[in-house]
Design a protein around this ligand. Structure first.
Ligand SMILES: C/C=C(\C)C(=O)SCCNC(=O)CCNC(=O)[C@H](O)C(C)(C)COP(=O)(O)OP(=O)(O)OC[C@H]1O[C@@H](n2cnc3c(N)ncnc32)[C@H](O)[C@@H]1OP(=O)(O)O
Length: 719
């Protein structure tokens, strides 16, 4: 796991050999410890260079080993030995030096980085802190403010930034290992005392307390209830106020408090879930390795509303030429200006030139005849979309793939009106599409593997986190979110207020509660969908009373708000009231209180005080329950897919892992008990009825989430 070579007669070259990222597994730690001992003890060796195989220095500790108590050689002792040694040790950084990998580099006496390398301490994103001396050495090297920023955010920096900050001594466009060997030969003659970072005097800025206080407030605001960034601050404070050995002791104590925490487990699960979802293996056996996606150069986007604009920007900024189509001159002009503005701002932020030459705007659908793909982003109206897909069938050449950006309509019904149903699928972007990372790729029953592979590959190219899902109303994300918002509405009927529900969800970790989010997104979006599906408006069965639909409980309160023109922030009022239309400061509205009271009186509902525990359980257990149904219906392949959708598309707090992981952490038995309890109390809410899969998993002894797949395998699939 670490190779040893003697080069140029007097240099020991130690190469980490643990592909793909040379993670510091216990075998690698053992390997480096042995090789360093050998190099330091060999009189022929005058200096040491450490590098990583396959042009990657090191991706840090082996995260898979965190599932069990740490065993084997300690990184702290290894790093202390390297630093204290009497021979210069040079880190040759290619690719990445992250976490324990960068801490290894910090223990070395010199750091040479390739110009394309990235460095950082991302432990905080895994619910941990850099506990192999990172919190003590980095502030001594680059100062407290810069170290605090890097350690509390986990941001990676480029080699150029690293050089500016003083994290590395030299950068090179050539092979870093070769440069480090030459550097090492020169370093032999130089004294090492000033190169041992742990012995350096801490550069302390004035107003230390104010600095730590400001960073603490910033962290608490950004990551409410998240433990690791606060522990990072405390560790850096120890570096600022204690001698190195005592600071190390504090670092280790703080790490112990994080290591086995549920937040660390959730965050590490998220890391692997994202990679599992990205692998895209469908039950049919289709996957990256056996299906070749098409190469996409020219795309058409139909509709230049909010979604269409974001999609056009996402395509153009990765070099795909875009023909954007609108139906009216005014809409086209507004869309054109918006897209250009968005692309220009994006390019400025990234320090590149805006690729405006890739854009074409037109009122004629005929202009899309030669594109490789079309992404439809018109209104959520099935008849409109069907008309368009029929027209596209006639206009586009036979090889053009057709995608719909519908957020929940039947992809197969659209495929059915075309001359190429196997070349139709869904690409469900989230708003704003050029910002949000999630892309649900919807596999219709007739979508070919090539059509899906192309959408997944294009999404990846646009920097999206792509998840392949099956075709059902609302797909995965919106199908599940409906159960969550329904519960929130029912809770209002039963006695809660929007601010109480939102408060509980925000305390749980959501950046925004369900009602605040609804105000931001606009209440009219859901209203239009409910009208379309006959839940409200003229198509409602006249036999249904206002609070029941098809025999089940229904809350008409959101419809009542829409009928009053309360569409959310854009109209200055929704679930809350705002300072003006477009305002963002939500204030509780006495009119909503009155509306709720009136509603309860009309339907003889005795309001009751509802605990935060019930608010959370009702909203989140029902969400997971629907997730289990999504799995048993074969709409998602694995729980990781659902969690990734919720993390990247719905702001589910990452330190809770996603709705399925959260249910797993709470205990499936407990979730089942509570759902049974709530379903008993509300028998007219079918979503509260525990799903078969949940019951099956509990009956099997609640296996860990990674094993659920084995129990889902026997169920049918829509993918
Ligand atoms: C205390 C704690 C200490 C001392 C730590 O060091 S904690 C670990 C800190 N390091 C990190 O957080 C880095 C995590 N890794 C990454 O950010 C990225 O993987 C990467 C930038 C290093 C490479 O990115 P990319 O080229 O896109 O490759 P993937 O992300 O797809 O990764 C490839 C496979 O390697 C697995 N992997 C990556 N890093 C680790 C790791 N530190 N430990 C174990 N395994 C790791 C990753 O899961 C992929 O595996 P497969 O999915 O292919 O099986």
């Amino acid at each position: 796991m670490a190779r040893y070579e003697l080069v140029k007669g007097s240099l020991a070259l130690i190469t980490l050999t643990n592909p793909p990222v040379n993670a510091l597994s216990s075998a690698v730690r053992y390997g480096i410890t042995e090789k360093i001992k050998r190099a330091l003890g060999d009189p022929k060796v005058k200096a040491v260079v450490i590098c990583g195989e396959n042009e990657r220095f090191c991706g840090g500790a082996d995260i898979r080993e965190f599932a069990a108590p740490m065993r084997g050689h300690s990184l702290v002792m290894l790093f202390d030995d390297i630093e204290a040694g009497e021979k210069p040790v040079i880190a040759a950084i290619e690719g990445v030096a992250l976490g324990g990998g960068f801490e290894l580099a910090l223990a070395c006496h010199y750091r040479i980085a390739h110009s394309k390398a990235r460095l950082g301490l991302p432990e905080v994103t895994l619910g941990l802190l850099p506990a192999a001396g990172g919190t003590q050495r980095l502030p001594r090297l680059i100062g407290i403010p810069a170290a605090l920023e890097l350690i509390t955010t986990g941001h990676h920096v480029s080699a150029q930034e690293a050089l500016k900050l003083g994290m590395v001594d030299q950068i090179t466009d050539e092979n870093a290992c070769k440069m480090a060997v030459e550097f090492a030969l020169r370093a032999v003659a130089k004294p090492l005392s000033s190169r041992r970072i742990s012995t350096l005097t801490m550069p302390c800025p004035p107003n230390l307390d104010a600095l730590f206080e400001a960073v603490t407030m910033q962290v608490q605001k950004k990551a409410r209830g998240v433990m690791a960034p606060l522990a990072c601050i405390q560790a850096v404070r120890a570096a600022a106020t204690l001698p190195y050995s005592k600071g190390m002791k504090r670092e280790s104590e703080l790490m112990a408090s994080l290591f086995s925490s549920s937040q660390a487990r959730a965050l590490q699960y998220c890391f692997f879930a994202q990679r599992t979802a990205g692998k895209w293996t469908l039950p049919s056996g289709a996957q990256w390795s056996n299906i070749k996606p098409r190469d996409i150069r020219r795309a058409a986007v139909i509709g230049l509303g909010t979604m269409g604009r974001g999609i056009a920007v996402s395509l153009a900024r990765v070099g795909i030429s875009v023909i954007a189509v609108e139906t009216e001159k005014k809409l086209l002009e507004t869309g054109r200006q918006m897209v250009i503005g968005m692309l220009e701002r994006d390019a400025k932020r990234r320090g590149v030139t805006a690729s405006l030459y890739l854009l074409q705007f037109t009122l004629s659908l005929q202009d899309v005849k030669d594109v490789d793909i079309v992404i439809e982003a018109v209104f959520e109206d099935m008849s409109l979309k069907k008309r368009l897909f029929r027209d596209l069938s006639k206009v586009c050449r036979p090889s053009t793939l057709l995608y719909t950006n519908t957020s929940g309509l039947d992809v197969d019904a659209l495929a059915g009106v075309t001359d190429r149903p196997h070349m139709v699928a869904g690409m469900h972007f989230f708003s704003p599409a050029h910002v949000m990372k999630l892309l649900e790729v919807i596999c219709g029953p007739r979508s070919s593997s090539e059509t899906i592979a192309t959408a997944m590959s294009l999404g990846k190219r646009m920097g999206k986190v792509c998840v392949a899902v099956g075709n059902c109303p609302g797909f995965v994300g919106n199908r599940m979110v409906k159960t969550y918002t329904d519960q929130a509405n029912f809770l209002l009927e039963e006695g809660a207020t929007p601010e109480q529900v939102d408060g509980a969800l925000e305390e749980f970790g959501f950046a925004m509660g369900v009602f605040r989010m609804s105000d931001l997104a606009g209440l009219d979006v859901g209203w239009r969908i409910r009208k379309e599906s006959g839940l409200t408006g003229p198509d409602v069965d006249p036999k249904d009373p206002p609070h029941r639909r098809q025999g089940h409980r229904y809350s008409p309160i959101p419809d009542m708000l829409c009928e009053q023109g309360r569409m959310g922030q854009k109209t200055g009022c929704g679930w809350y009231v705002y300072e003006k239309p477009g305002g963002t400061e939500a204030k509780p509205d006495p009119l909503i209180q009155k509306l709720l009271e009136g509603y309860r009186v009309r339907y003889s509902i005795q309001p009751r005080k509802i605990s935060s525990q019930e608010l959370i359980e009702r909203c989140l257990y029902v969400l997971a329950n629907e997730g289990f149904r999504v799995l048993e219906d074969g709409i998602a392949v694995q729980p990781e897919d659902i969690d990734v959708i919720y993390l990247f598309g719905y702001g589910f707090p990452r330190h809770r892992g996603g709705p399925m992981f959260y249910a797993n952490m709470v205990g499936l038995g407990r979730v089942l008990d509570r759902l049974e309890h709530y379903h008993h109390a509300h028998p007219d809410v079918p979503h509260l009825k525990p799903s078969q899969l949940l019951k099956k998993l509990v009956a099997c002894g609640s296996p860990p989430i990674q094993k659920w797949k084995e129990h889902i395998k026997t169920m049918h699939s829509h993918l």
